[in-house]
Each structure stands twice: as C-alpha cells, then as structure tokens.
Design a protein around this ligand. Sequence first.
Ligand code: ZN
Length: 328
Amino acid sequence: MNTSNGSDQGVVFRKNLGHYTVRTEERDIVCELSTRLRKQLIYPTADPSSLRHRVRQIREIEHVDPVAIGDAVLFTDAGCNSGMITEILPRRNKFSRPATTTGQRVFEQVIVSNIDQVVPVFAAASPTPKWHLLDRYLVSAEASELPSLICITKVDLLTDRREIDEVVESYQRIGYRVLCVSSLTGEGLNEIKQTLRGKISVLVGKSGVGKTSLLNAIQPGLGLRVKEVSHGNQGKGLHTTTHLEMFSLNGEGAIVDTPGIREFGLWDSCNDSLDQFFPEMRPLIGKCKFGLDCSHDNEPGCAIRKAVVNGEISPYRYESYLKLRVSP
Ligand code: ZN
C-alpha cells in the first residue's frame, strides 16, 4: 500500500538479526531500521543531559528490539526488495516479556503485536501437563487483554478421558474456550482450523507438546517450517530471541510460535492487581474484610479464600495465584 508521504506500508512477518521482512499485498521486502527511528526509540526515557546514560542505552537497545512481529510499519523502498523501516504504526495490542540486560535493567520486549488470540498448547499426556504453567499463560493473556483458546493435544494417548474432562470443564466454567485435539485421529482438527481462520494467533507452550504435528495437520508442511525457526533459537539464552516469524495460514490469518518463552505479560503487572487476571476472582475483588488491600493470602475475612473453601474457586487455580504472587 502506498501512503501519501511516499512510504509504503506493510506488516513485519519475520525478524532475524536486525533484519525485518515486511510483507505487503504484493511482496516481501527485507528492511533495516532507520537511524532516526532507532534514536527516537532509544532516547525517550533518557535524561538528555546525561551523555553516559545515552551511551549506555544505545548498547542496551541491541538486546531490546523496538520492532515486533505483527507491527504495521511504514518503510521506504530502496529497490532490489530491500528497504528501511521509518515508522511503527500504533499497536492495537501487544504481547511482551521482560528483557534483562547485563546491567540488570529490565526493559519491555514486545514479542508480537496486533494479535487476536493467545493459544496455550498443552499435551494431555507425554509430557504430563503442568496446569500451573497454563495459568501463567492465561494470566499473561489477561494482563494483555487478549482472549485465550486452550488447546490440549495428544488426547489419543489417554485411556481414561475423565481426568482431562475434569480439567476441560474447570477452565470452561470460568469462561475459557478449550479444544481437545489429536493429530492422529483427527479429533478437534476442524474446530481448531475454524478458530484460527482469519485471525492472528500466538502459540505458547513448551516443545514436545505436539505443536509440529498439530500445525502439519492444520496445513501440510507448516509444522516443519515453524520447527526450523524454533530450533534456530535454541542455545541463544533466556532473554534473546534472534529469529521470530509469523506464518500465514493459507492467506487466512497467521500464527506465531514462541518457543521457550514463559514470562509473558507480567513484566509490568504488580502483585496488587494479579487477582484481576483471574476471571473467577474478579466478582469478589473488594469484598474482603480488608477490601482492596487484601492479598488473599493470610488475611482474615478474605472473600477469595472463602470461595476456595466453598468450592466456588478451584484450589488449584488459587494455588497458581499464590505462586504467581510470589514470583510473577
Ligand atoms: Zn482477600
């Protein structure tokens, strides 16, 4: 798309070591970041009188990328399918994580922007699912005001469905959509295709949960392409993701996988507001004896703890809340 000031507009689909692939309706262009844009993004919090401060920030920006996958950007075309990103258009939403630099300063690193849904992927078995991790992802999505679609893979491995049915019901009861799928039997595949169609979805979940088979079942070859990118990031450390990519779903929506990233969203959420990110706790906020000061831990007259005792709130979810309070 051509804009009035001579720049083109596109969406960042891939980034790899300082290069950004911007997709327009017609083609892909590999862009770098304009110096002007880098400066604008580096300096806003710096004290302009402090040269040392500014110098330090330039070094730090190497770790904190100002451009995220999914960003709508303006760029100038330099020919030969290369260009320069000059402006990041306002983001509809974002999924971030903390990025710590050697100086232990914590920056926000936006991983993906302009998202429609977060899809936590867990295997029903092999590996044994850790639902506290699911709660961590759900809270992250809530903190970013994004809807979640829980996807439970490998349901064909279960000889007894009751245990997983209970988990599914417990999340459905608090308003989450849950899909059970099997790449082997085809169970749930049509539903998941439907729910991904036309949307930008961010997959979260550990490796080994069956994402590759699932994506291959959704679109032949897709899983393998996603896996290649994920492998490229291994051994690069906790706080750097050098290569990220968004994959089109036959032109109707796209997915981004985020291998190994578990600390989404919570980087700026203080413990005081954590209860808001548990939908089942929301109606009770402010109803404790200590009102909004209650941390729902040991305080007397806590409405949340009472709801746990009464069976209105799952003790497991409450445990997730306490765990996240201690170490967000
Ligand atoms: Zn309370």
